[in-house]
Design a protein around this ligand. Sequence first.
Ligand SMILES: Nc1ncnc2c1ncn2[C@@H]1O[C@H](COP(=O)(O)OP(=O)(O)OP(=O)(O)O)[C@@H](O)[C@H]1O
Ligand SMILES: [Mg+2]
Length: 295
Amino acid sequence: MYEILSELPIVKQSRQGKVRDMYDLGETVLMVTSDRISAFDVVFPDPIPGKGIILNQIAAYVFKTTSHIVPNHFISDKTEDYPEEFQPYKDYLEGRSMLVQKLRMIPVECIVRGYISGSAWNEYSHSGTVGGEVMPSGLKENQKLPQPIFTPSVKITEGHDINISYQEMLNHMDKFIAEFLRDKSLALYDYGYNFLLPKGIILADTKFEFGTKEGEILLADEALTPDSSRFWDLEAYNSGKGPVSFDKQIVRDYLESIGWNKKPPAPHLPEEIIDKALAKYRQIRDIFLGEQSKQ
Ligand SMILES: Nc1ncnc2c1ncn2[C@@H]1O[C@H](COP(=O)(O)OP(=O)(O)OP(=O)(O)O)[C@@H](O)[C@H]1O
Ligand SMILES: [Mg+2]
């Protein structure tokens, strides 16, 4: 199903990421979100049917509603605006694709954390730091931080990310750019957090990517999706049961439970896990889009 566009001559200009297929159109890129799922940086053999549409809908919604915070790469998600050669595929592309500005990507993952979890918790429990910065002592796993923190990471060759400190980030780029990325990431996190909290969702942490074009820095990639964020159910969190996630945590938990060594090839996912994950993706989409998603 994902190779549907392979009949297109344009395929030679395409690049397949773990989840998205990017069609390079010169000044712009058609970004197609597949139903592939990756966890621990490995792509799974079984798709989550409909996941691509959900992710794309959330990202499009976020791009359309946050440009007052920072401009972004979004141009259109209406297939009629796409170049002629994509028109025969519009049924497939509808809902799961968007036309964006082609940017020179800044190779830093701009992570913002309001709660201490995942790799930040691992680091803190060993050294009392997150991204090399000292944190208050006595924090518990998944606890809310005194204020959201910016913890950038960079991709190393095998595709895995390593956390770097903001100071290290300053060694790699202009101070103006580093400050811009940090401040805009924190502002976007705040926006997402305040948007979701009254709807019963905690945005625990999230990742942004930025790129440049003609001297301007734009928000790119995806934003505030379940693939780039940890979403927790507020009620479950407050009841002390611990976080219940609306993202691919269900898949991650399953993988931990079977003791997979996190090296390819990835195991097949049972239907039950696929269904559960999809139900959570749908729930978060409905929370974001409200009535719109039921159209
Ligand atoms: N506007 C843009 N212009 C150019 N590249 C972009 C733009 N927005 C996102 N990208 C890049 O496109 C790719 C999206 O694909 P996907 O998210 O599936 O890849 P990934 O698995 O996260 O990353 P990769 O395959 O690069 O390791 C990412 O490499 C992302 O940095
Ligand atoms: Mg990605």
